[in-house]
Design a protein around this ligand. Sequence first.
Ligand code: ARG
Ligand code: ZN
Length: 483
Amino acid sequence: RPFPKRRALFVLSALLIGLSSATQTLPTPPPRPAEAARTLNDPIFPGLGQLGLDVRHYDVALTVEEPGSPTLRGVVTLTLGATRPLGEVRLDFLGPTVTAVRWNDRAVPFRVDVGAQKLVVTPPSPLLTGQEARLTVEYQGRPGVVRDPDFSTPVELGWQSVPAAGGLPGANFTLSEPNGTHTFLPSNDHPSDQATFTTRVTVPADYTVAASGVEGPVSSGNGTRTFVFTQAQPIPTYALGILVNRFERVTGPAVPVGVNGSPVARRDYFLADTPQTTRTIFSRADEMLRVLSGWFGPYPFAAYGVALVTPRLPALETATLSTIPPNLSTERAAVHELAHQWFGNDISLAGWADVWLNEGFAAYSELLWTEAQGGDGQAYAARWYANLERQGTRPLPARRAEQLFDLSAYQRGALALHALRAAIGDAAFRDFLRAYTARFSGRSVDTAAFLAFARTQAGTAGEAALRPWVESPGLPPLPVVER
Ligand code: ARG
Ligand code: ZN
């Protein structure tokens, strides 16, 4: 009788766990429920992701027949690798009805576990380390709903639908941070698993699609148009931006601030009624790219711009194409979302608890931009400090979902960087930022890795300046940068 594969896997993983605990002489961890052991065990979102799964590429094809309605049709092919043998692939998914699943083009068994928000696929044989496979999922219907964990903004994350109203056309777009992507895309929906994307979207011919990456040729069908975009550098799943509207696409001269001075294409997607003041703010992205790349090093992607949406929502740093609601059509948001292309998208989070590493850098870029305009950066820092004194603060690693996007993540995170700069001076701070982006480009980082890097790159004085901001329950003294 053949040895059951599941059993073989179980024995293998038991052996591996035994080996690692024997060599590390760590105390035996408490037993976890079987389900949790298979996820990435993110302390904030314990259900997300699959341990050992490495999605390298998503080839996404969506059809939006009626923009503004939530219904969509999708065919996605994921290129999978594994860092441990996988007898099942468990993708995050809370999306429309799955109609077919294929493994290397052959139909395979699957089931949807709605409670766990997983699409579970059983391959013909386990996916082994070093192997690659293609997993295709076809689905159609209404995307699921994930509530924003930030209770101050009662937003439903993921695929957004804005019905036509008041003379405005219907529209759809993604707004997924932190965990909304799996409402419309079966995915390993955790930022530690960055991937590249090809995104193809078919819409009625009078609509335009904007998405993360570089646009390819548009093809026309029977009353439809299909747009295609290539995101060739890996990004976290929440950073995939897809927007459907009657956009006006405005291009500008490329900016030579990419890797090795390569050109960064410029395109923004405005709406018919977008005021000139708003257009002017976002047309300054070329200057912002120059100022920020001066501090952070080369811009990591091949294009940058914004796409506007109409509901009042948080802005989001969707890769190469930030998503901007009307309430955040400001210079501050413009520079903030641009900075996230380095911090969040190119360098991603190893876990959600350390989201301050995204928000602190993005907020700090507002100060750097203010200074580049001749403004008073120290006064900017002093305002953050006063806000934290007034509203209270916490150590930087978040412990609960409601803390992810709070004042401390943004403003205390930014002050930690201000403290580092005050301790080592502008020249060393610039070197630090450039070395950090070079070291972690295309990778994930957590607070411990960041501090360790600070110690090697900026010395014990640099690390010592950061540490109280990371760890202390109270507010360390206001750092002062003399200029
Ligand atoms: N990363 C976004 C920004 O600061 C914020 C996203 C807030 N997300 C949320 N779910 N509330 O630009
Ligand atoms: Zn931000």
